[in-house]
Design a protein around this ligand. Structure first.
Ligand SMILES: [Zn+2]
Length: 137
């Protein structure tokens, strides 16, 4: 259970990081391209041809076409969203196991990892048949 949560957290961190990197790359491309295409009557086709023809020089002799950077940015962003969605799935599975139980005698509520027919109430120490209040989140 704890391991799942930890994995979920690192999954979220990884997903957010990937989304962030992807957005930064896309934003940087747009930032570089926008002044050159914003005056064009057809911004989208101008942007497309600008991305296809312009090289982005990293300053160390390595250059990529802007369209390559755009594809990389979209791919990283999509991967980040995918990782986030996967982490969310793990999260909902682990959350579904958490239920709020209610003691029929002392009305005490407590959380359990899963609903069971009988349980010991942590308040009055009676072996009771608790009612399930709701699925925890
Ligand atoms: Zn009780």
């Amino acid at each position: 259970m704890k391991r799942i949560i930890r994995r979920k957290k690192s999954g979220y961190a990884l997903g957010f990081t990937l989304c962030f990197i992807g957005l930064i790359v896309l934003f940087a491309v747009l930032w570089k391209a926008w002044p050159n295409v914003s005056n064009s009557p057809d911004v989208f086709s101008a942007l497309g041809s600008y991305l296809l023809t312009t090289q982005f020089d990293f300053g160390v002799g390595v250059g990529l076409k802007l369209i390559d950077l755009t594809i990389i940015g979209v791919a990283v962003l999509a991967l980040g969203i995918f990782v986030l969605a996967l982490s969310r799935q793990i999260f909902s599975v682990s959350a579904g196991e958490n239920v709020l139980l209610k003691c029929p005698y002392c009305k005490n509520h407590w959380k359990a990892s899963r609903a069971s027919g009988y349980a010991e109430c942590p308040n009055c120490r009676q072996f009771v048949q608790p009612t399930v209040k709701k699925n925890g989140k």
